[in-house]
Design a protein around this ligand. Sequence first.
Ligand code: G1P
Length: 281
Amino acid sequence: MIKKCIFPVAGYGTRFLPATKAMPKEMLPIVNKPLVQYGVEEALASGLDEIGFVTGRGKRAIIDHFDVSYELEHQIAGTDKEKYLAGIREVIQKAKICSTRQPEMKGLGHAILVAELLVGYEPFGVILADDLCLVEEGDDPVMLQLLQLYRRFGKSVVAVQEVPPEEVHKFGVIEAEQLDERLYTVSRMVEKPEPGEAPSRLAVIGRYVLTPDVFEVLRHTPPGKNGEIQITDALSTLAQRGRVLAWKFRGLRFDCGSIDGYVAATNYVYEHIYKKECERP
Ligand code: G1P
């Protein structure tokens, strides 16, 4: 049974400066809820209740957000404002939270290797909170879609989406053989390919289920794109051993690490989620 979900949250969020000068980018709200809370709610809804943050300097607000604020609780106890805290209270009740720190920004692969301390030798989920994933009402969250495949095949699984050719350079891209409508066996992966180098238009988004053998591979993965240790490179090694699947997920993904994606997510959540919640009696 997979219980753990890792959130690498040490990144600087330079694209959102000055908003992220003193505040973690993961705390930017989509309407009235911080981005990272959407990710943790997705993990919980997928059955992963052991949440591990890989943080860095200036990220305390994330850990505080998932802790009880006694002053606030005391202040609003018995008032009609309590309803605003109901969601996060439920998250705090369900989730077991722990964190470790990534002392240097050496890439996503490095952040995941740092999380080995929290994970041990078990399969685990990884959510990049920047990627907000939403599904239709009644459908399984994207993380749960991946977990179901892990349970069937016992391999690492990455979520992919088809992107236009001019966007492949922003992603890890897979070379793969299609098994059925949405499922692929991955043979190779390239991190942020140069023009002409992309093996396909299937781009990895920020949802992964990883088998623990990835740690040993990461330990031996040299710095790749941008001089960083890339999870894509480690997964490419596992893919060459036939150990990685890709799943063209059902749902929507917003790149909230970019201003355009962030605004699109905000508009979408306001129209399709927030307003409906307000209308409910
Ligand atoms: C990271 C990964 C990349 C992946 C992307 C998904 O890149 O390195 O392989 O496609 O997340 O959002 P980043 O967006 O952090 O540059």
